[in-house]
Write a protein that binds this ligand. Sequence first.
Ligand code: 13P
Ligand code: SF4
Length: 306
Amino acid sequence: MNYITEIQKLKKEKNAVVLAHCYQNIEIDNIADYVGDSLYLSQMAAKTNADIILFAGVYFMAQTAKILCPDKKVLLPDIKAGCAMADMINLSQLREFKQKHNGIPAVCYINSTAEVKSECDICCTSSNAVEIVDSLNSEKVLFLPDKNLGRWVEKQLGDVEVITYDGCCPIHHNITVEDVVQIRKENPGIKLLAHPECKEEVTSLADFTGSTTGIMNFVKNSSDKKFIIATEKGVTDRLKRDYPQKEFIIIKDNLICESMKLNTLHDIYNSLKNETYEIKVDKDISQKALNCIERMLNASKTGAAK
Ligand code: 13P
Ligand code: SF4
């Protein structure tokens, strides 16, 4: 069976749209309507007129799309596609964190559950985190679950104390200073582009730090011919496809989010055909989480192009 042709047929038949994160298996781009980072995809989910949204990504992304579009059917091709970072904080852990730092506004990374979003003041993604924290005009903010992104935001702003929860992305957190030193030794003078989910000691050595789309835009606007990439492999795969005349070196092997890679064309075909797995969110939690996400969308001027 030619899955690409069959998926295109099903999309038309069912008025479905496919949103794909740029960490997905690259062949998924052949059937995706929008490919990009978390901010761009949430903006596209909020705008779509489709009846069905199929999210080629992980659970919190599909859940966010459902919160933004409660009347639409939202599908996740593989229900096991979770996010290790989002799972690092649950509602009782959030309540404990907030209680310990009473009265300080709480910013949650979009990589969090609906329950956690429902009790935070505002949401952010990696591309607008600095802008969102700044928009609060507060001397102190709580930031969760990603301590690395929180530290990076604090460094960019300079005048805000960012109190971070002890969570991280295991894939990005695994990149070390030794990795940077080694790759730089092998590739002297080549720019290092890193995601802000990397440790502070890694981002402080990078030539550019930004979201997945930010990294891709940096390459687009640069005349350099070679780059070192410090984020999940999906970004390097797409850069190699889009800029065959340039060279991209991934900072280390196995920078792979296994959860992101669970979705395949076969799963997407089954998902559209059988309308599985449908994402549902409790009405009350959904409304509160929507307020948190909408505050971000309204505060963020940051656009993320495909
Ligand atoms: P962005 O999509 O904001 O670059 O975040 C990357 C990520 O880890 C998504 O899970
Ligand atoms: Fe979560 Fe990290 Fe995978 Fe993104 S790359 S989905 S943050 S585990």
